[in-house]
Ligand binder design. Structure first.
Ligand code: MN
Length: 245
């Protein structure tokens, strides 16, 4: 039964189902109205269908209140970082994709198929969505399960992993992101991406990210990126991060 349900959720079958529905609708309408009117009604139905199946990218809701990450990340930082910077990327993206081939794509599809301003804004929306979902005021402070063993295998121990990650974050010149990713060989890697860069474009699975754009910490720590990193480790949602591995 579950398989059957899954089958009907595939795009191809949904399309066949919609065509069959339109065909039946057309026959019924022809009995009731004149042919021209029934065709008009079918066209109207198709337009509604197109509108209803359009994929719209929504502005994500934070998984916790604005002040939840205090004292590590202040409410004011959240109001600017989430409410202004993240929101601006989202608004720009909507404006830029309107009426283009990207309008009905998912965020991931846009990121892998676009470049220039559309890529920059789409990737910044994705990266921020992911960043907020890497943080939690009730952090377990350490990875768990298979990720924990994989980190020990790759880096020796958790402290050494944090040291290398911090180094990557400190050495990243200008604005960007530092990631823990799983590569196509299932191996862990620490990755730096400049500006809006995203590991999905390199066929890598993001597990954890730290935003090292200055807007992520300037209101709390001014220019002291190292102080921000110290606070970052206290609020990593290891449960979510570990589940991604
Ligand atoms: Mn940011």
């Amino acid at each position: 039964m579950n398989n059957l349900l899954y089958y009907f959720q595939t795009p191809k079958l949904r399309l066949y189902f919609e065509i069959a529905k339109i065909f039946c609708l057309n026959i019924i309408l022809e009995y009731i109205f004149l042919k021209e009117q029934s065709l008009l009604l079918v066209v109207l139905y198709l337009e509604t269908l197109k509108h209803n199946t359009m994929k719209t990218i929504e502005f994500m809701q934070l998984p916790y209140p604005m002040e939840a990450l205090e004292p590590h990340i202040g409410k004011l930082t959240m109001e600017f970082h989430y409410g202004k910077h993240h929101k601006a990327y989202f608004d720009n993206l909507h404006r830029l994709i309107k009426g283009t081939e990207f309008e009905n794509m998912t965020l991931e599809e846009i990121i892998t198929k676009s470049n220039g301003a559309i890529f920059n804004n789409a990737a910044q929306v994705w990266n921020h969505n992911f960043y907020w979902n890497c943080l939690n005021p009730k952090s377990e402070k350490r990875p768990c399960g298979n990720l924990h063993s994989a980190i020990e295998k790759k880096f020796g121990n958790f402290e050494e992993f944090k040291r290398i990650f911090n180094l990557a974050a400190m050495e990243l010149f200008g604005s960007g992101w530092v990631w823990l990713v799983k590569n196509s060989n299932e191996k862990l890697e620490i990755l730096q991406t400049a500006n809006a860069g995203n590991p999905i474009c390199q066929d890598k699975t993001p597990l954890l990210v730290c935003d090292v754009w200055e807007h992520a910490y300037y209101l709390d720590k001014q220019n002291k990126r190292a102080d921000y990193l110290e606070e970052f480790w206290k609020i990593v949602d290891w449960q979510k991060v570990s589940a991604r591995y």
